[in-house]
Design a protein around this ligand. Structure first.
Ligand code: SF4
Length: 227
């Protein structure tokens, strides 16, 4: 996770502290490049907190990180899991484009009806618009999104979400069980059975998703390198 550990948002399912983040560490790309070499990492998922305080949401830092790591690790593949780049998505995607190739991911996280409760500073429509924009600009780049289940969503709402992702060109989807990460986080409303995950997996494949991870322990980076 780059760009610090303080987020400018405050999602109610997330335990990342909210507040005023520090200025990005300009040495972070070099540090990560060194670590990637030392650990011989061949597939790297790079994500960040949301940085609404930075120009273009920190997209240039994503680009710089990939380019720096790639210099010394030419065989490492990348997946970029970014925030929604509110108000600057065109410019942000231009920055990211300079770091291709990579898998691009932006997590929708939950159904539209639960956004006000779960992601008060987020927007279902904005997240879909970002995915759609990326898909139109870079149709050859694998596009992924992830969601949590168990926050009180209905099947019909999940089905609509999956259809919305497909209509935005998303090809890969991961879904797992929401677990309450802190005392003040949203309560778990339902523990989804493996059979229900299996049903949703098959439903997603029928909709045309090329790769699906769906199980209680699936997280957005789960088995990412083999999707
Ligand atoms: S889910 Fe992402 S945007 Fe929301 S609080 Fe956590 S790190 Fe920030």
């Amino acid at each position: 996770m780059i760009l610090g550990n303080i987020c400018t948002r405050n999602c109610k399912f997330c335990s990342v502290p909210s507040g005023s983040p520090a200025h990005p560490d300009p040495q972070e790309p070099k540090k990560l490049s060194k670590l990637t070499s030392e650990l011989e990492i061949i597939y790297l998922v790079i994500t960040s907190v949301t940085r609404d305080d930075l120009p273009c949401g920190g997209a240039a830092h994503y680009r710089d990180t990939v380019l720096e790591i790639r210099k010394n690790n030419p065989n490492t593949s990348f997946e970029l899991l970014t925030p929604d780049f509110v108000g600057c998505s065109d410019k942000a995607l231009d920055f990211l484009a300079e770091a291709l190739p990579f898998v691009y991911s932006h997590n929708i996280e939950t159904v539209e009806e639960l956004f006000p409760k779960a992601r008060p500073q987020g927007s279902y429509k904005r997240s879909l618009e970002l995915l759609n924009k990326f898909s139109e600009k870079f149709p050859e780049v694998p596009l992924k999104s992830s969601l949590m289940l168990g926050l009180g969503e209905t099947y019909l709402q999940v089905e609509k979400l999956l259809r919305d992702l497909r209509s935005c060109g998303v090809q890969r989807v991961a879904m797992g069980q929401y677990l309450k990460p802190s005392k003040s986080s949203l309560e778990v409303q339902e523990f989804i059975t493996p059979e229900k995950f299996s049903y949703l997996r098959n439903l997603s494949l029928d909709m045309g998703f090329e790769a699906v991870q769906a199980s209680p322990f699936t997280r957005s980076s789960y088995m990412a390198e083999s999707m």
